[in-house]
Design a protein around this ligand. Structure first.
Ligand SMILES: [Zn+2]
Length: 128
C-alpha cells in the first residue's frame, strides 16, 4: 500500500527534529511511496521482549521509490531533495542516553528523472 503525504521544506532550523513541526515551513508538493511496516513509529516505546524491536538492533536501511508532485514546475530538484530529507528525519529530545527512541533519516536521495521520481535510502537506529 502506498502512502501520500504533504511535503514541506524547512525555512528555519532552530529546533531539535522532535520539534520540527514548529519550524517555518513551505509546502512544495506531495510525496507518494510504498508503505514500510518496519519504518520506526516515534510513539512506540522500546520493549526488550518484543521480537519486532529486536530486529532493529542494528541500523535499518530501507529503500523507497517515491513519486513527487511538485506544487509548481519551478521548484528545483535540489529543493525537493531537501524537503524529502526533512520529511524522513526522526529524532528525539530526551535529555538522557539510551532512551530507546528512533533516530535517523535520509542517507541518500537520487533524482531518477521525469520531474517526479526519486530513489530514497533511509537509515534508522535506536538510541541505546
Ligand atoms: Zn529519546
Amino acid at each position: 500500500m502506498a502512502t501520500t503525504s504533504d511535503l514541506y521544506i524547512l525555512l528555519t532550523r532552530g529546533y531539535n527534529s522532535d520539534y520540527q513541526h514548529l519550524e517555518n515551513q513551505e509546502f512544495v508538493g506531495t510525496i507518494t511511496y510504498g508503505s514500510d511496516p518496519t519504518r520506526p513509529d516515534k510513539d512506540n516505546e522500546y520493549d526488550d521482549d518484543d521480537e519486532a524491536n529486536e530486529a532493529w538492533d542494528d541500523t535499518a536501511i530501507r529503500y523507497y521509490v517515491a513519486r513527487v508532485e511538485p506544487v509548481s514546475p519551478k521548484i528545483r530538484v535540489s529543493v525537493i531533495k531537501k524537503a524529502i530529507e526533512d520529511h524522513f528525519r526522526v529524532g528525539c529530545s530526551c535529555t538522557h542516553d539510551c532512551c530507546g527512541c528512533w533516530f535517523g533519516g535520509v542517507r541518500k536521495v537520487k533524482y531518477l528523472g521525469d520531474g517526479h521520481l526519486y530513489l530514497i535510502t533511509t537509515a534508522y537506529q535506536r538510541n541505546f
